[in-house]
Write a protein that binds this ligand. Structure first.
Ligand SMILES: *Cc1c(COP(=O)(O)O)cnc(C)c1O
Length: 348
């Protein structure tokens, strides 16, 4: 039985056309800057994000590790939404690799403006040296995974960024799904990126490539990031094999993210019609839908997910919610199937 792969947009498999592009890739030694496909991808992402330069990375997690390492010194404070990936889902990496502490910001949907930033900085820097610690970095997640794929509106991001820069803070964007935000709003990715010192996009989420992320910034930042990537063991050899899939994704899988967003909205609409369920967001802004049985229901989120798995629909469970993520391996028919499976489980 085929499992409908709604648990994550990382479940995408390379398409036959992407596999052809991968098979035909020109390659060289990436560590020595001799891989033409990697270099082409870096140049393309630098332009896409409006930055001077960009750097091939094996994973998005390594982008966050390297950026945090470069923007901070041990003992400094990073401001980020309390449910952001860097705090909740990276094995404590920021503490291990960079020795930083977080000032988590409680937000509705992963988004905060200049006032919330100022409040966080007031807490972080509540005491003068030598007691207090210096805040040096703000991390932004676009879109915000654990807030239902929410999008930072550009004016909010600009205002927050201006306030952070006025305080001498660096800004980093975890743009794992930045292209989803750009497609959903029509705002160019470069406009969001302009508010940031460093920004990366993931190719292994909705863009559907098997391996790769690319981080962009100033030429000077990217040169330092290249050294830090080597330090953390992320420098590669014939990485063009993977980068070819990413170039293919930029050519063929960006505009179609709109289909994923339509599928997420259709799923949410169908789920919202079921009185046994509540949704985090009745109109999901991008490709992530969070829902849960209403409080007191005979099924909790984990039990509902297990029952759906038995019927061929795979979802993930995140902090008491079921999470469904749409992507290029989930069709409109799959959404209808998932909805009828949910109806059946709830009626059983
Ligand atoms: C997936 C993800 C990451 C990590 O990216 P990998 O390429 O899987 O290492 C970081 N941040 C967010 C918001 C993500 O969704």
């Amino acid at each position: 039985m085929r499992l409908i792969p709604l648990s994550s947009d990382t479940e995408t498999r390379p398409t036959p056309a992407m596999r052809e592009a991968i098979a035909a890739a020109l390659v060289g030694d990436e560590q020595r800057r001799e891989d033409p496909t990697v270099i082409a991808l870096e140049e393309r992402v630098a332009v896409l994000l409006g930055k001077e330069a960009a750097l091939w990375m094996p994973t998005g997690t390594l982008c966050n590790i390297v950026a945090m390492r470069l923007h901070t010194r041990p003992g400094e404070v990073v401001v980020a939404d309390a449910r952001s990936h860097v705090i909740r889902a990276e094995s404590g990496g920021p503490a291990v690799h960079s020795g930083v502490l977080f000032e988590p910001v409680d937000t509705e949907r992963g988004v905060f403006g200049p006032e919330a930033l100022e409040a966080a900085l007031a807490k972080a820097g509540g005491l003068p040296p030598p007691w207090g610690s210096r805040a040096s970095l703000v991390c932004v997640e676009q879109t915000h995974n654990f807030s239902g794929g929410s999008v930072w509106p550009l004016p909010t991001l600009q205002a927050m960024s201006e306030a952070a820069r006025a305080r001498g803070l660096a800004l980093h964007m975890d743009g794992a799904r930045l292209m989803n935000a750009a497609v959903a709003t029509g705002v160019p990715a470069a406009a969001y990126a302009a508010c940031m010192d460093s920004v990366w996009i993931d190719f292994t989420k909705g863009l559907g490539a098997p391996i790769g992320a690319v981080m962009a910034g100033s030429r000077e930042f990217v040169e330092r990031a290249r050294a830090a990537k080597h330090l953390f063991g992320g420098a590669m050899r014939q990485a063009g094999i993977a980068a070819a899939g990413c170039l293919h994704a930029l050519d063929h899988h960006v505009e179609r993210l709109a289909d994923d967003h339509a599928h997420a909205r259709r799923l949410a609409l169908g789920l919202a019609a079921m009185p046994d369920l509540r949704l985090m967001d009745a109109e999901p802004p991008t490709n992530i839908v969070y829902f849960a049985p209403v409080p007191g229901h005979r099924l909790d989120a984990a039990a509902l997910a297990r029952a759906l798995l038995d019927r061929g629909v795979r979802l993930s469970v995140v902090q008491g919610w079921l999470r469904a993520v749409t992507h290029l391996d989930v069709s409109a028919d799959d959404i209808e199937f998932a909805l009828s499976a949910t109806r059946e489980v709830l009626a059983a």
